[in-house]
Design a protein around this ligand. Structure first.
Ligand code: NAI
Ligand code: MG
Length: 351
């Protein structure tokens, strides 16, 4: 089996952690035997913009559509290009045009890493975020000026997109601990959230083996901090999922370890895998960027293409590496990007 992957290192530390994760994926392929990766590098980035006046060429999306998946580092270098131009011209463009309507983000306690939580209790959560509508809609506007000025932003919840996110969450839970928690706020938001609850109930009926509960987003956010081990899969709207998944990254101890996948559910376009962190301009070129977020993201890519067994091996090796405290400075260690990558590769080779 050959997987054709478009790699977009992007800006800043993306150029440091993507090559590291690609080395790891090649090692995974060797270990597997029957799997090969063919990476094609795309230079789309802020530097590309300075040279060409666009973040990607006109046929960029068409070229990317030929790949099985996209493996992206980070986009954004505000010293070169304003963020709204670079992110909307590349990252958000890909998410929208390739209908990557679901965003999945794990948050799991890594052995050996001190979570900032008082009582972390071995949490292992998957946040499934509806990635295409909800609170982040373009319906609304601004009227009047001065003290009469009004800004209106409508929430849009379609049955299709809501159901799609929930089915994704239930399917995922069926392969995990079998529990889905719905993030709601139907006590305060009186149209969209009661609708969200109804769809949740409807979808739950077709998954009798999955346990369910629902929590209001405010309480849920608090439980992420006080008792994260009670959760398995959490399904949330675009805004709620955005916030919850960042809390998830926070309780792991560093944004540098948090992975994410933008999933095209219908298989019409490639999905895109990228870590949660950005280009980290403050640490570029120092060789200290944590590669774990990008490497864990590679595990999600493996899972997505049905290589769950190899995905698990890779996660095991990441956990052995943190347990042995081969970690970068953001996690309180003193190892380099290359040290951590080598450790992971050597441990894979020893499997
Ligand atoms: P950031 O995630 O790049 O950095 C925040 C802090 O976390 C910094 O102190 C950084 O050094 C640290 N950090 C991040 N990743 C790390 C890693 N792997 N290892 C060690 N430390 C790490 O967020 P920031 O500073 O808000 O944004 C910088 C640029 O990145 C901006 O242009 C922003 O628009 C862009 N960005 C891009 C994202 C993407 O491509 N998905 C996501 C977030 C930001
Ligand atoms: Mg966010």
């Amino acid at each position: 089996k050959k997987l054709k992957i478009a790699s977009i290192p992007g800006d800043g530390i993306g150029k440091e952690v993507v090559p590291a994760a690609i080395d790891v994926l090649h090692t995974v392929a060797e270990l597997h035997g029957g799997l090969t990766f063919e990476f094609t590098d795309f230079p789309y980035s802020c530097e590309y913009y300075l040279e060409h006046g666009v973040m990607m060429p006109e046929d960029g999306m068409k070229r990317l559509s030929d790949f099985d998946s996209i493996f992206l580092g980070a986009v954004g270098d505000a010293n070169l290009v304003p963020d709204h131009i670079s992110l909307w011209g590349l990252l958000i463009k890909i998410r929208r045009e390739f209908e990557q309507t679901i965003n999945v983000r794990p948050a799991k306690q890594l052995p050996g890493i001190q979570s900032p939580l008082v009582n972390p209790n071995d949490f292992d959560i998957m946040v499934v975020r509806e990635n295409s509508e909800g609170e982040y809609s373009s319906v609304g506007g601004r009227i009047y000026r001065g003290e009469d000025e009004i800004a209106i932003q409508n929430n849009v919840f379609s049955r299709k997109a809501t159901e799609r996110a929930m089915r994704f969450a239930f399917d995922l839970a069926s392969k995990r601990k079998g529990r889905v928690t719905s993030a709601t706020k139907s006590n305060g938001i009186v149209y969209s959230m009661p609708f969200w609850d109804e769809v949740f109930k409807d979808v739950a009926e077709s998954y009798p083996n999955v346990k369910t509960d629902q929590q209001h987003i405010d309480a849920l956010a608090a439980f992420f901090v006080t008792n994260p081990s009670r959760f398995d899969v959490v399904v949330a709207s675009n805004l709620f999922g955005d916030i919850l998944s960042d809390i998830g990254a926070g309780i792991m101890g560093s944004i540098g370890v948090a992975p994410a996948g933008n999933i095209n559910v219908n298989g019409k376009y490639p999905s895109m895998f990228e870590p949660v962190h950005g280009s980290a301009p403050d640490i570029i070129g120092k060789g200290i960027a944590n590669p774990v977020g990008q490497i864990w993201t590679a595990k999600m890519l493996l899972d997505h293409h049905g290589e769950e067994e190899m995905g698990q091996v890779l996660l095991d090796v990441i956990e052995e590496t943190t347990k042995n405290r081969i970690i970068t400075s953001d996690l309180g260690g003193s190892h380099s990007t290359q040290d951590v990558t080598n450790e992971i590769i050597n441990r894979l080779k020893a499997k």
